[in-house]
Design a protein around this ligand. Structure first.
Ligand code: UD1
Ligand code: MG
Length: 449
């Protein structure tokens, strides 16, 4: 099958009115990725060489969103008028006409689709079928097209509105996913008419057309999740829940310990190494990689960050984009790190903000230390050399270089570069006035109203 070429056409021209959103439906996200992105990834996973996305309203937004965030760049076709699923597929006529062995038709709002389900439909084409339809058995079939089989062949798909009472009893339904042999695709689609209850060009009609031509049409069974279409925000949340469940399971089976799996949120591209431990209520936004044996303590929030082997993060830590935490470094509670590299073994244990900085190997950053990286106009860098010690409650005013092995006294406001191994006091010297506390108290008590 690998030698067969494949075009996947993803239909996404629907208005998605039930989402009650200004955002086109297929751009709503599951696990940090657009629903259409999930469908495209499944198609790629099933061997599709080209992807065609058919959009209606919001074509520009879809194009912009998917061309910047998706590695699976689709060709985008616009369906000007919404005249039915067959009409939508024909919006990509130009792509179909290029000639592919297999044409997959998918819906953009089926984010739980898995590549193996699509691959099974392609296998049926390789075995000689002209059309392979993926059916499923929903708990409530109302609203779906019913698959009408005869002696192992699929003879028709009847839309609910056209069904006889007997046909409406059939539980095997059309998921909407179809594989069509490329050499027959345009011929079949061009014969579809719109003489039906909705006055639409039904893609499902190609089943009867193919049968009339003596072509083989088959139905394969898909799982209910692959066929789950998202129409409103409740279904979006349902799909997210199923997706997260799958993702957590995969992480655990690959050697990651999740102490309370149901509380950990993954993104589509989260990578976590073996023997990492993830405590409860951890959020992984897009672009996070966690190395082997790292420990992420409870209530940490990570996005666009790298955590190398054996590093410790949290509890209550926030790693923002560009945070690179190297081997065995430690970011403790209530610390925020942005666009900064924290080298091996460095420690930032409590209550710090480190932004636009490099923190050298073995550095210790005391509680409450802040890199003052923003002057209201631009961002500036702080470089801290290996082995330096920064005392608690220090303000490091960038741009700033603190040399290797330097020692910054607690409470310093450091505005000038510090040479290697220097001791720096960036604060007023303390003065003790013996016995004068009594004077102050007397004075204050006299002035009390
Ligand atoms: C369709 C199927 C039905 C199946 C069901 C599964 C047809 C005729 N019916 O019905 O057998 O059980 O899906 O969910 O195919 N779209 C366009 N342009 C159009 C029309 C639709 O892009 O002109 C897109 C929609 O955005 C959506 C998909 O095609 O992603 C399905 O359209 P929808 O109107 O939901 O079809 P159903 O009536 O649900
Ligand atoms: Mg539908």
């Amino acid at each position: 099958m690998n030698q067969r070429t494949c075009l996947a056409i993803i239909l996404a021209a629907g208005d998605g009115t039930r989402m009650k959103s200004t955002l086109p439906k297929v751009l709503h996200k599951i696990g940090g990725r657009e629903m259409a992105g999930h469908v495209m990834a499944a198609a790629r996973g099933a061997g599709a060489n080209r992807l065609a996305l058919v959009v209606g309203n919001g074509a520009e937004r879809v194009r912009a969103a998917l061309s910047t965030t998706s590695e699976n760049q689709p060709e985008i076709f616009t369906q000007e008028e919404r005249l039915g699923t067959a009409h939508a597929v024909l919006a990509a006529r130009e792509a179909i006409a290029r000639g592919y062995d297999d044409v997959l038709v998918l819906f953009g709002d089926h984010p739980l689709l898995e590549p193996d389900v699509l691959a099974s439909a392609r296998t049926r084409l390789a075995d000689g079928a002209a059309v392979a339809v993926l059916g499923f058995r929903p708990p409530a079939p109302t609203g779906y097209g019913r698959l009408i089989e005869h002696e192992g062949r699929l003879v028709a798909i009847r839309e609910e509105k056209e069904c006889s009472d007997a046909e409406r009893e059939i539980g095997f339904c059309n998921s909407g996913i179809m594989a069509i042999a490329g050499k027959h695709a345009l011929g079949l689609l061009d014969e579809v008419g719109n003489d039906n209850a909705k006055g639409e060009y039904y893609l499902t009609d190609i089943v009867e057309i193919a049968n009339r031509r003596g072509l083989e049409v088959v139905a394969a069974e898909a799982d209910n999740e692959s066929a789950l279409g998202v129409n409103d925000r409740v279904q979006l949340a349902d799909a997210e829940a199923v997706w997260q469940q799958r993702r957590r399971r995969a992480a655990m089976l690959s050697g990651v310990t999740l102490l309370a799996p149901e509380t950990v949120y993954f993104s589509y591209d989260t990578v976590i190494g073996a023997d990492a431990v993830i405590e409860p209520n951890v959020w992984f936004g897009p672009g996070v990689r966690v190395g082997d044996g790292a420990h992420i303590y409870a209530f940490s929030h990570l996005e666009g960050a790298t955590v190398e082997s054996g590093a410790q993060i949290g509890p209550f830590a926030r790693l923002r984009p560009g945070a690179e935490i190297m081997e065995k470094a430690k970011i403790g509670n209530f610390c925020e790190v942005k666009k900064s590299r924290v080298d091996a073994g460095a420690k930032i244990p409590h209550l710090s903000y480190i932004g636009d900085a490099t923190v050298g190997a073995g550095v210790n950053i005391g509680a409450g230390t802040i890199t003052c990286n923003y002057d209201g106009f631009g961002k500036h860098r702080t470089e801290i050399g290996p082995g330096a010690f920064v005392g608690t409650n220090s303000s490091l005013v960038a741009p700033l270089n603190i040399g290797a092995g330097a020692y910054v006294a607690s409470g310093s406001v450091v505005t000038d570069d510090v040479p290697e191994d220097a001791l720096v006091f960036g604060r007023a010297r303390q003065t003790n006035y013996e016995g004068r506390a009594r004077n102050v108290r007397e004075k204050l008590s006299r002035s009390k109203p």
